[in-house]
Design a protein around this ligand. Structure first.
Ligand SMILES: [Zn+2]
Ligand SMILES: [Zn+2]
Ligand SMILES: [Zn+2]
Length: 98
């Protein structure tokens, strides 16, 4: 049982996604860049933080979409926006804000 919060400021929804149970206390592995883009020397648009392991990857607007690739390859579907001032979470399996 969890009680809802009444202080939603960003596009959040009230869905109870089953993947929310995979969220851990994580620390960003690469605090300022996409881990794969850093290695490849490629560019990204926005960053997403994996809430299961702390992987930082680039968003779907980026050419290589490493956050999505990580979600599927590692089986970590829940990410949080890693952009300043944004706190929404996204599930790559259900394709929805969670
Ligand atoms: Zn989900
Ligand atoms: Zn990337
Ligand atoms: Zn992960």
């Amino acid at each position: 049982m969890r009680s809802g919060s009444e202080t939603a400021s960003t596009p959040t929804s009230t869905v109870s996604d089953p993947h929310l149970s995979m969220i851990r206390q994580v620390y960003p592995r690469t605090p300022n860049w996409c881990e794969e883009c850093l290695r490849l020397g490629t560019e990204w648009v926005h960053l997403r933080l994996c809430l299961t392991c702390g992987h930082v990857g680039c968003c779907d607007s980026s050419p290589l979409r490493h956050a999505r690739a990580h979600a599927h390859s590692a089986g970590h579907p829940i990410v949080r926006s890693f952009e300043p001032g944004e706190s929404w979470r996204w599930c790559y399996v259900d394709e929805q804000y969670v």
